[in-house]
Design a protein around this ligand. Structure first.
Ligand code: NOJ
Length: 560
């Protein structure tokens, strides 16, 4: 029997099914491929698997456009395969969290085909239909309202034209969603990662927004981010779906643009909304007007972004911790050094992330230090966001397409979606066929076969971090204090409970770095728990540190 707070010790691993493991040689990952790798996940030590969507879908947005919430797409397998995956995970004490995409459906979902069939269809009001569109911009470029010729009205789609937004104001919509969620829980799933769940409550007056210069459309976040009924809907969901279940159901809400004060409300256990949210502050650093408008990323800004959330949610809410996922480029390429220091920097990133307070998310392949692929041409990409952004730029007179392609190689979502590198064979052990997205050529050296069970590997470092969280309460419970916030290259912090403290110090640069930590001299006698340079002692012990390139060290001492 687990204690009610046990879930706070869990580590989550994200599987993006399309790219994880292909069992049938069609070039696309599938459920049987995942089943074949459950032993690997167990060995890594993760507690929970979050599965990106495997539901029936026309795949306009790789499954984030769902046409049947209660079936598996044949591309990925069958419901029986999913049941087997759940059983295999449960047999090893692991859990499965499904993606829940209920801000929108696919345009092929029967709810939408009915809704669009006539103005007086009973499901007309399940989506947003208007005679006159607001001038909102879609998050995948272009307008967010599209005319449906047949009935002469416009419908809202914050994402692609094939992802119409559900109207959560309609209670029948909400009840249908809750019933579907209960069905999955009854089937054995252990929770949900909720896609853009802070977009479900809109400003119902749907007002126009300020257009971008030179455009009729503009971003309209203020009209759909954390809208007026967001908390009410999530509380209603809690009482309709989660309340009274025996085991803890894990819930995490993806929330672009959420602020710390809002997140405190979403994650305060007393309010019964969500366990945690994915905030975006730290992954929105390093660019300007859009993600392909790159700017230098300064370490003090990254540290501050993470520390704000540590302080802001301390005591009441709960953080989720991530550097990468299927919407982000590879974390070692973005925040680390994917050249000569790839291994040390991947370990250092993991160390810093996992030793913050909150639930760490391992994105598939990060535990192997997978890096961005050398993509150069637009034909290298499959992602709808990247392709649509590029298509718009092509239409814009004077757009610098070469610069855009260079930025895409650093920031495109497809960089996080290249197939997982299992071994050095031509398909990287991912597929025997032609992969749907190119395998990174570095798989000949960067792969699981070369790392699992190999001391000093990135995989074994992740294992160590996960085990540390399971064993040492200071990792889960300790307070967080950022040290040297303005240091341009050292990321250092303390974690502290009444019984123990951890000191984490990391060099985020390719140079030897000095740092005088504001700590007592006794730290020099503390024991080293983990290092990124395979047990080497640092050149100088705390409090006066000297760290080698991308070196990170974790010390622990008991408190008397
Ligand atoms: C967020 C998901 O993570 C992303 O992959 C998707 O494109 C959008 N939501 C729309 O569902």
């Amino acid at each position: 029997m687990s204690a009610p707070e046990d879930w706070r010790r869990w580590v989550v691993y994200q599987v993006y099914p399309r790219s994880f493991a292909d069992s049938d040689g069609d070039g696309v990952g599938d459920l049987r491929g995942i089943i074949g790798r459950v032993g690997y996940l167990h060995r890594l030590g993760v507690d929970v698997v979050w599965l990106s969507p495997v539901y029936r879908s026309p795949m306009d947005d790789n499954g984030y456009d769902i046409s049947d919430y209660q079936d598996v797409d044949p591309l990925f397998g069958t419901l029986a395969d999913l049941d087997e995956l759940i059983a295999e995970l449960h047999a090893r004490g692991m859990k499965l969290v499904m993606d829940l995409v209920v801000n929108h459906t696919s345009d092929e979902h029967p709810w939408f085909t009915e809704s669009r069939s006539s103005r007086d269809n009973p499901k007309r009001d399940w989506y947003w239909w208007r005679d006159r569109p607001a001038n909102w911009e879609s998050l995948f470029s272009g307008p967010a309202w599209t005319l449906d010729e047949q009935t002469g009205q416009y419908y809202l789609h914050l994402f692609s034209t094939r992802q119409p937004d559900l109207n959560w104001e309609n209670p029948e919509v909400r009840q249908a969603i809750y019933a579907m969620m209960r069905w999955w829980l009854d089937r054995g799933v252990d929770g949900f990662r909720m896609d853009v769940i802070n977009m479900i409550s809109k400003d119902t007056s749907l007002p126009d927004t300020t257009p971008r210069p030179g455009s009729r459309h503009g971003p309209a976040f203020q009209y759909f981010i954390c809208g007026p009924r967001n908390h009410e809907f999530l509380q209603e969901m809690y009482w309709s779906v989660f309340a009274g279940r025996d085991a803890h159901v894990l819930t995490v809400g993806e929330m672009p643009g959420v602020t710390v004060p809002e997140a405190v409300l979403f994650t305060d256990p007393a309010r019964h909304e969500l366990d945690m949210v994915f905030q975006f502050q730290h992954v929105q650093l390093g660019f300007g007007a859009n993600k392909f408008d790159l700017r230098p990323l300064h370490l003090p800004d990254l540290k501050a972004a993470m520390a704000d959330w540590q302080q802001g949610l301390a005591g009441r809410g709960w953080n989720s911790l991530y550097f990468g996922n299927h919407d982000q480029p590879r974390s070692v390429s973005r925040f680390g050094d994917d050249g000569p220091h790839r291994i040390a920097s991947a370990k250092t990133l993991a160390t810093v992330l996992h030793l913050h307070r909150g639930t760490p998310y391992v994105y598939e392949g990060d535990e192997l230090a997978m890096a961005n692929a050398p993509f150069t041409a637009i034909t290298d990409y499959r992602d709808i966001e990247t392709l649509r952004f590029y298509a718009e730029a092509v239409e814009r007179p004077g757009a610098d397409l070469a610069a855009l392609l260079a930025a895409m190689a650093r920031m495109s979502r497809d960089q996080g979606r290249t197939p997982v590198q299992w071994d050095a064979s031509p398909g990287a052990g991912f597929t025997t066929g032609t992969p749907w997205l190119a395998v990174n050529p570095d798989h000949t050296t960067v792969n699981a076969a070369a790392q699992v069970g190999v001391p000093g590997s990135v995989f074994e470092h992740y294992r160590g971090l996960i085990a540390l969280r399971h064993e040492d309460p200071v990792v889960t419970d300790g307070d967080f204090e950022l040290l040297l916030p303005d240091h341009p290259a050292i990321w250092a912090f303390l974690r502290r409970t009444a019984r123990a403290e951890l000191l984490v110090a990391a060099n985020f640069s390719a140079d030897v770095m000095d740092a005088a930590l504001p700590l007592d001299a006794d730290w020099a006698a503390a024991s080293v728990v983990l290092t990124s340079l395979n047990g080497d002692s640092p050149l100088q012990l705390p409090p006066d540190l000297k760290l080698r390139p991308w070196e990170s060290v974790v010390w622990r001492r008991a408190r008397s």
